[in-house]
Design a protein around this ligand. Structure first.
Ligand SMILES: C[S@@+](CC[C@H](N)C(=O)[O-])C[C@H]1O[C@@H](n2cnc3c(N)ncnc32)[C@H](O)[C@@H]1O
Length: 278
């Protein structure tokens, strides 16, 4: 939960509009009216880190195209990354069932399409590792936030994030950190070898090299988007699903009617159907 800090200087309406345009362009997310204080509060630590004295200077820095890595930090600060291991677990039986039915020489591929700091991708990998032989599956996590993707890649989490992992999977795939990693747990390399991460904006067509997936999780990101951007994001994900592949979305969002190639299976689960010849 965001707490608005009283010490944060005000952000002018003009600078807020510049930031809104920046975030919309970079992610498809439209910051709602009335979020001015929240945005100021989230960016204040960046101002202090850069020793800037006004939001005006910061806005100029990130919106002129010369921001370099600060652009990534601004996108990270202005997007919501809330996630957890085994979040919205109602999806996992369908996913496991789909994996069990997978046949053929091709690897079973799952895409955690807005993966935040990686908990979703590692949860899926833990489940698949119990069903499929090593080397026969892979999980890709992607997110628009470069710092989030870097955190996912590290695979190191505070111990208090472990409580939603089923105990047998926690024992098998997570190691308690020691020394510099005291207070954290680390995802075991045997699991990590099946998972990779990449920075990707889902509002732009992914590169063909991304390949095709049997399952895509697009969860808890559509809720932040404008209708037009939702359509684009769903299309970009569906384009990388094999026919018969599953799209899983969050319980607070719907993809019904957003893409003619999707047919509902159960609530929040859709299947990609074959394109009808016309
Ligand atoms: C609330 S988190 C959801 C994480 C995970 N899917 C879950 O359900 O727990 C939303 C994530 O979507 C990412 N995101 C927002 N816009 C995006 C875009 N255009 N392309 C890719 N990721 C985006 C954010 O950076 C954030 O990490």
């Amino acid at each position: 939960m965001d707490v608005v800090d009283d010490r944060v200087p005000p952000l002018t309406a003009g600078d807020f509009e510049h930031l809104r345009a920046f975030v919309l362009n970079a992610t498809g997310i439209r910051l709602a009216n009335g979020k001015q204080h929240l945005v100021a509060s989230r960016l204040w630590s960046r101002l202090r880190a850069l020793q800037l004295h006004s939001f005006e200077d910061y806005v100029r820095l990130v919106t002129t195209g010369e921001a370099g890595p600060e652009r990534d930090w601004a996108i990270d600060a202005l997007t919501t990354h809330e996630t957890s291991f085994f979040r919205e677990a109602q999806h996992f039986p369908s996913l496991v069932e789909h994996a069990r039915r997978h046949r053929g020489p091709r690897r079973f591929r799952v895409w955690s399409a807005a993966c935040s700091t990686g908990e979703e991708a590692f949860s899926v990998a833990m489940l698949l590792a119990g069903q499929l032989a090593p080397g026969t599956f892979e999980v890709l996590g992607t997110d628009v936030s470069v710092p989030s993707v870097e955190a996912a890649h590290r695979g190191v989490y505070p111990l208090d994030r472990a409580h939603t992992i089923p105990p047998d999977l926690l024992r098998r795939y997570c190691r308690k950190g020691t020394g510099p990693w005291e207070g954290s747990f680390i995802i075991e390399p045997t699991l990590r070898q099946h998972v990779s991460f990449l920075a990707l904006n889902l509002c732009e067509p992914p590169p063909p090299s991304l390949g095709m997936f049997d399952v895509a999780l697009l969860r808890n990101v559509l809720i932040y988007l404008e209708p037009a951007e939702k359509l684009v994001m769903v299309r970009n994900v569906v384009d990388h699903l094999v026919v018969g592949g599953l799209l899983l979305n969050g319980h607070a969002e719907s993809v019904t009617g957003l893409n003619p190639e999707l047919e509902p299976v159960v609530q929040t689960v859709h299947r990609k159907r074959a394109r009808s010849a016309s």
